[in-house]
Design a protein around this ligand. Structure first.
Ligand SMILES: [Zn+2]
Length: 248
């Protein structure tokens, strides 16, 4: 091999190495600015969902998480993320469909069946609480337009939430009226529930996150703590990135 040929061979190897490194770096890269995340804040001002142990509407909790989530997603490069305003359940899915969302996440805060609620006095008012159950839950629908992908996102999200030290609640699987949901992943608190219109009507992968149980007095306090809330927001951001990466 002449000196020139050796130089040429080395250059080719170098170019191939550069190509490999470049390819590996780009494999599964998530283009955040192209990835549209629809965030649905559950319930409306008028019909606020559950009531917390201190008498605060679930809607207030949902909006607070959803608004800081949108802020953080945009800061993190998901610039086309948007918040779905108060509307009917079908209307929420329709909005996500119309805007061609890549992912739909519905934010909720949880309660328990009436049989588990007890009375206490808070701020001079009688309120209902239950300290027995706590933790997050995630729901997907098999009737959603992209059920398999919904399970994938649910798994990624639960994994990230677990890393933040939160634990799943399995109370929705109890075989009683109003619960009896199919628990598909016990370690990650993932349930199948086909009765949720917002998930069923969406063409894109869609899941519903119950961030925690607001009738639990300690958990309500935690959910009111901005640092605790940020753990959930950060976990969602990481899960969205991980999911987006799988879509290339
Ligand atoms: Zn709710």
């Amino acid at each position: 091999m002449t000196r020139n040929n050796r130089l040429l061979a080395r250059s080719l190897v170098f170019i191939c190495l550069l190509f490999l490194i470049f390819s590996a770096g780009n494999a599964g890269e998530c283009v955040r600015s192209d990835f549209v995340i629809a965030i649905d804040a559950g319930h409306t001002k008028k019909n606020g969902g559950a009531t917390s142990a201190t008498g605060v509407s679930e809607y207030v909790f949902n909006r607070t998480v959803a608004e800081s989530l949108i802020q953080e997603l945009k800061k993190g490069g998901f610039t086309r993320s948007f918040l779905i305003g108060d509307s009917s359940l079908n209307g929420r899915a329709a909005t996500a469909n119309r805007k061609n969302a890549s992912l739909l996440l519905s934010i909720h805060h949880d309660s328990v069946q009436p049989r588990y609620l007890s009375r206490w006095i808070h701020g001079g008012c009688t309120r209902l609480y239950c300290d027995k159950y706590g933790g997050f839950s995630i729901f997907y629908s098999q009737e959603n337009g992209a059920a398999e992908q919904s399970i994938l996102f649910a798994t990624l999200l639960a994994t990230e939430i677990l890393k933040e030290g939160l634990r799943p609640s399995l109370h929705h699987a109890e075989k009683i009226e109003g619960e009896n949901r199919e628990l598909v992943d016990e370690n990650r608190g993932i349930y199948r529930y086909d009765g949720l219109a917002v998930l069923k009507g969406a063409r894109m992968p869609a899941i519903l996150l119950e961030c925690g149980i607001i009738v639990n007095r300690q958990e309500e306090q935690r959910l009111n703590d901005p640092a605790y809330r940020m753990k959930i927001v950060d976990a969602i951001q990481r899960a969205a990135t991980a999911y987006c990466t799988t879509q290339k």
